[in-house]
Design a binder for this molecule. Structure first.
Ligand code: PLP
Length: 395
């Protein structure tokens, strides 16, 4: 029989080592559960890092993708398809985008950020501002916006002109808005930094400052978008209209797709015919997946659902009143459980042994980003197990 151990040995001899040794060899999934090749079942509280919005083997996603495969998978961007147009319209509606707004499809969050960087360059001002703690991707452009030194330094020099400022500090932004700056790029909640929310009013203040300075405000919704925080997009909670947003992760429910959305005719006019492109971006297979995800979120009320079960989950974890838990951050179904000691990696390993997939996003933060279809009862099984997992992580 092929076991996790055998396959991971083969992995080590075949795959480039950038991800280290994976924890599991996953065989299949159903709903919010996955099984490894040894037949062990796990409650998937990470959903492929905020990707599998409808969980695993969801009939709507399977049906839509299967149907599209049998019709047409790829047509090039010399042509378009019903699926591509339909998904762009659905995204514009979901975002409440003003007239003249447009969508450019990509295959990943990183590519969405690259498109956003090119959009920003078209202001004629090459400077970019991003935040400490920011994660925007790993290509040499997106990496220049990403803050973490360990990711950046082996590859320098990167795209020049990027300034990193403290997240959540409007005065720091005001001071950094020099005449060279074309755009400010921010996550509405910093996912990779440990599910960090800015102080109330921050995004509104950023909108005012960027509008006054004539600088683009680009919101990276790659992790927070598509219902993750209980709204279609996290910027909605701030009552602002950014100039552009980037999306990816949850949009295809696991099928690779991303997008840059440009808001209003002026910003949308910055990228003219021939200025940007992609072979796979916007292909009908990925767009059919995106349409199935968005239609199912709407049909099943998953925005309200993720807001409600996410809040109930956070309350239940706080009510544990466990000495190792200092708090719960985030919104909807993007959550960080903060710990009083740096035991998140050990706690995540104990959780995996007990059949729960969670992510130690920082030494003292456990991140959860489960499928939007997860039930309160499924979340409760983890809440009930959590005190024991934390105790086992420190003993
Ligand atoms: C994951 C992520 C990215 C990069 O997306 P990829 O699909 O991995 O290229 C960019 N920004 C944010 C906020 C992310 O969470």
């Amino acid at each position: 029989m092929t076991t996790n151990g055998d396959l991971l040995g083969r992995y080590g001899h075949a795959l480039l080592g950038v991800f280290g040794t994976p924890a599991l060899v996953v065989d299949r999934g159903e709903g919010c559960y996955v099984w490894d090749v040894d037949g062990k079942r796990y409650l998937d509280l990470l959903a492929g890092i905020a990707v599998n919005a409808l969980g695993h083997n969801h009939p709507e996603l399977v049906g839509a993708v299967s149907k599209q495969v049998g019709e047409v998978v790829h047509v090039s961007n010399f042509f378009t398809t019903r699926a591509q147009i339909g998904l762009a319209e659905a995204l514009l509606r979901a975002a409440g985008a003003p007239d003249g707004s447009r969508v450019f499809f990509t295959n990943s969050g990183t590519e969405s950020m690259e498109a956003a960087i090119k959009l920003a360059r078209r202001t004629g001002r090459p400077g970019l501002i991003a935040a400490h703690g920011a994660f925007h991707g790993r290509s040499t452009g997106a990496l220049a916006l990403t803050a973490k030194a360990a990711y950046r330094e082996p590859f320098e020099p990167l795209l020049p002109g990027v300034t990193h400022i403290p997240y959540g500090d409007p005065a720091a932004l005001a001071a950094a808005l020099t005449p060279e700056v074309g755009a400010v790029v921010l996550e509405p909640i910093q996912g990779e930094a440990g599910v960090i929310e800015p102080p109330p009013g921050y995004l509104q203040r950023v909108r005012e400052l960027t509008r006054d300075a004539g600088v683009l405000m680009i919101v990276d919704e790659v992790q927070t978008g598509i219902g993750r925080t209980g709204d279609w997009f996290a910027f909605e909670g701030a009552g602002i209209v950014p100039d552009a947003i980037t999306i990816a992760k949850g949009l295809g429910g696991g099928v690779p797709i991303g997008a840059l959305m440009t808001f209003g005719p002026e910003v949308s006019g910055l990228l003219q015919p021939g200025m940007h492109g992609t072979t796979f971006g916007g292909n009908p297979l990925a767009c059919a997946a995106g349409l199935a995800v968005m239609a199912t979120i709407t049909r099943d009320g998953l925005l309200e659902h993720s807001a409600r079960v996410g809040e109930e989950f956070a309350d239940a974890v706080r009510a544990l009143d466990h000495p190792l838990i200092s708090g719960v951050r985030g919104r909807g179904l993007l959550r960080g459980i903060t710990l009083t000691e740096p035991v998140a990696p050990t706690a995540a390993a104990r959780a995996r042994e007990a059949g729960f997939i969670v992510n130690p996003v920082a030494p003292d933060v456990l991140r959860l980003a489960p499928p939007l279809i997860i039930t309160g009862a499924e979340l409760t099984t983890f809440v009930d197990a959590l005190p024991g997992l934390l105790d086992a992580a420190t003993s």
